[in-house]
Write a protein that binds this ligand. Structure first.
Ligand code: S3P
Length: 173
């Protein structure tokens, strides 16, 4: 593989999970943008939001995305908001192929109900507010997710998803 394979999609769509799995299977390195930010800054994403607000986080996210663009070809799990801010979509397009992990709001909600804590945009929401947030935010964001080169329906069997990702890595020249 000579370019990055970017995994994009809403929180809870499986970007990190599938990034790790496909990396273990193919030997292509795996990068997680949120984890790079946390390692680079020495603090967690919730603390970044608490100290600098979402605008501060978005500036940082763009800076680390630019750094990732210059790294050796990898499978890269982006944050749920990454392709939707600034010129991030152009940075993504210029440095790799992007795959949208398309997941239904129902599946996202069921996953995020138990995983909201480490996600500052979700942490303050009760169950009902989480449902509304996911549906509304997904509806807004889907237009930027659909700019991805490939849309992968995550309702398919895991074996099919793995084959498709492997195929994309093979052809990502
Ligand atoms: C965000 C998603 C998070 C993280 C931050 C903001 C978003 O990443 O970047 O909390 O705006 O959707 P994950 O999609 O990996 O949870």
């Amino acid at each position: 593989m000579t370019k990055h394979l970017f995994l994009i999609g809403f929180m809870g769509s499986g970007k990190s999970h599938w990034g790790e799995r496909i990396s273990a299977r193919t030997g292509v390195p795996f990068l997680d943008l949120d984890a790079l930010i946390e390692a680079g800054e020495g603090i967690g994403i919730p603390e970044i939001f608490a100290r600098q607000g979402e605008p501060g986080f978005r500036d940082m996210e763009r800076m680390y995305l630019r750094r990732v663009a210059g790294m050796p070809a990898s499978v890269v799990a982006l944050g749920g908001g990454t392709p939707c801010f600034f010129d991030n979509q152009s940075i993504i397009e210029a440095s790799g192929t992007s795959v949208y992990l398309k997941t239904t709001p129902e599946v996202l909600i069921s996953r995020l109900e138990t995983e909201a804590e480490r996600r500052p945009l979700l942490a303050p929401l009760d169950r009902k507010a989480l449902h509304v947030f996911v549906r509304e935010r997904l509806a807004v964001r889907e237009s930027c997710y659909l700019k991805a080169d490939v849309v992968l329906d995550m309702a398919q069997d895991d074996v099919i998803i793995m084959e498709r990702l492997e195929d994309l890595i093979r052809r990502n020249k």
